[in-house]
Design a protein around this ligand. Structure first.
Ligand SMILES: [Zn+2]
Length: 237
């Protein structure tokens, strides 16, 4: 097939645009796959689960504390009542019975106070653990949001670049004989369709062309299309 130097140069420009478009599409695929965030999203799910667990633990301890406080209050009321009864009774037998109950209640009160202290300490620990998990989750949320926003911005940038390249490609293809475009596109389905002859090297496949083949290529008229013997790409001399 014949093609002027100018047509061959236009074909190279078309190939460069196609390369740009392909690269943009690959980048777009990578950015939209969300694969870059899969680890961070997993960490976010783990942190959310840990947060629920920590919240449940804290709720449990708070409930224990409420119960311990209520029990203690009951015992204190009972002691108050018994003391009143003790002051009012004139029977020494009754007084003995009340005193014995008061001794038991004092022991019970002391046990409940110890329990309350122990539960309070566990509540402090649970609260600290909950806050730590919450803070972890918040930093993961923030990191993910920042990265996703940056990713989204990059996607927009590449999409608008791709729109431009696609429009340019249409214009560029219109400058080239249709037959030559068709030949190029047919070759493009199999790999790099056009390359410059760089000394003895094919610009498409980067193979060195043998002396005999090179001599044949160089003996072709300027407007005759040369082909790489290795990759079959159109060689622009
Ligand atoms: Zn080649």
């Amino acid at each position: 097939m014949k093609a002027s130097d100018n047509q061959q140069a236009e074909l190279l420009a078309l190939a460069n645009l196609d390369l740009e478009i392909t690269r943009a599409k690959v980048s777009l695929n990578n950015l939209t796959s969300g694969e870059a965030f899969s680890q961070l999203r997993q960490a976010q799910r783990d942190a959310a689960a840990a947060l629920i667990e920590a919240r449940n633990a804290l709720d449990g301890v708070e409930l224990e504390l409420t119960r311990a406080e209520a029990d203690l209050q009951l015992v204190e009321q009972r002691i108050q009542k018994d003391n009143l009864r003790l002051n009012q009774t004139s029977s020494s037998k009754d007084a003995q019975g009340i005193q014995s109950e008061l001794d038991t209640l004092a022991k019970r009160k002391s046990e409940l106070e110890d329990l309350e202290l122990e539960v309070l300490e566990r509540k402090d620990n649970s609260e600290a653990a909950y806050k730590a998990v919450l803070s972890d989750k918040q930093s993961i949320d923030d990191e993910l949001a920042t990265k996703e926003a940056a990713n989204e911005a990059e996607i927009m940038k590449i999409r608008s670049g791709l729109d431009l390249s696609t429009a340019q490609r249409l214009q560029q293809a219109a400058r080239i004989d249709q037959e030559l475009v068709e030949l190029y596109e047919k070759k493009a389905t199999r790999g790099v369709a056009v390359g410059r002859l760089l000394g003895t090297e094919c610009g498409a496949c980067r193979m060195t062309i043998g002396a005999t083949a090179l001599a044949e290529i160089n003996s072709l008229p300027r407007d005759e299309i040369a082909t790489c013997p290795d990759c079959q790409a159109i060689l622009v001399r």
